[in-house]
Design a protein around this ligand. Structure first.
Ligand code: ADP
Ligand code: MG
Length: 280
């Protein structure tokens, strides 16, 4: 296995799209597994009360488990709640439990309600003995307070886009929200990456969607697309990533190539973040 290039500092990436079922969690899990396979260390933060990423990594996350919920509410640190992913060397996971579904209401009246995750991540990265190359946050399909916490904590957003007819509908709303975040709570944020998922080579539509997204956002769309694949869909029910479940299959190959593209773009991405910071 060839090592992937490592970013010169930790990349904090929110994987967001308020549409459900576009491949957010699947991409978080498989990109993380692929990056780890390439020798990087990854911290996955499951910020969806459904806990699908926690399930895929086979870590404990029943109600009451120490989780991201406790981090948001300041009871515990990330150090306290993270668990090593089952069978994936190099990935640690901050689990989410169903308890998180009440968090939005509970934090709504706090003055720093959008800053809770950022504080948790910043203090963890400062104090952790481990160096993490990536922190990857799996967002719920909404534009609510939890997602705002992710967009506030992250330096960059990765948007998975499903290759289907309505792919670009709703994207405007997401970009508008990101724009609002940039102009208020997190001016440093950039949209670094778009990844077209569930690409079906047999349909003209998939290619049309790709071309359209590429036409609009030429610099941030990955060349690699993720194919629609039964193995990708099956892997979580075996508590595995597709990287370990079907290592030579098209799904694993595609996620590994996408991860390598992301890794190779690290310095360019970090430069864009710095430029955004200094308001260039
Ligand atoms: P989100 O997190 O955006 O809601 P998921 O990653 O959970 O979306 O994916 C939604 C569903 O589609 C899941 O059942 C998942 O297994 C399936 N899926 C995701 N990506 C693919 C793919 N490339 N091929 C086939 N099924 C996929
Ligand atoms: Mg999900």
């Amino acid at each position: 296995e060839a090592e992937f290039p490592k970013p010169s500092r930790t990349r904090i990436i929110a994987v967001a799209n308020q549409k459900g079922g576009v491949g957010k969690t699947t991409s978080v899990v498989n990109l993380s597994a692929a990056l780890a396979d390439g020798g990087s260390r990854v911290l996955v933060i499951d910020l969806d009360p459904q806990g699908n990423a926690s399930t895929a990594f086979n870590i404990e996350h029943q109600s009451g488990t120490d989780s991201v919920y406790d981090v948001l509410e300041g009871r515990l640190s990330i150090e306290d709640v993270k668990q090593p992913a089952d069978g994936v060397v190099g990935v640690d996971v901050v689990p989410s439990t169903i308890d998180l579904s009440g968090a939005e209401l509970e934090i709504a009246s706090l003055e720093n309600r959008t800053d809770l995750l950022r504080g948790g991540i910043e203090s963890f990265l400062k104090s952790s003995e481990e160096h993490y190359d990536y922190v990857i946050i799996d967002c719920a399909p909404s534009l609510g307070l939890l997602v705002l916490n992710a967009l506030c904590a992250a330096h960059e957003v990765l948007i998975p886009i499903q290759a289907e007819y309505y792919a670009l509908e709703g994207l405007g709303q997401l970009l508008k929200t990101i724009g609002l975040v940039q102009s208020s709570i997190n001016p440093h944020l950039i949209i670094s990456t778009m990844l077209v998922t569930m690409f079906d080579r047999r349909t003209i539509l998939s290619q049309e969607v790709y071309d359209q997204v590429k036409g609009h956002y030429p610099d941030i769309v990955l060349e690699t697309t993720i194919p629609r694949s039964v193995k990708i869909a099956e892997a979580p029910s075996f508590n595995q990533s597709v990287i370990s479940y079907d290592p030579n299959g098209a799904g694993a190959v595609a996620y590994s190539e996408a991860a390598l593209e992301i890794a190779k773009r690290s310095e360019k991405t970090l430069e864009s973040i710095d430029a955004q910071r200094s308001g260039e």
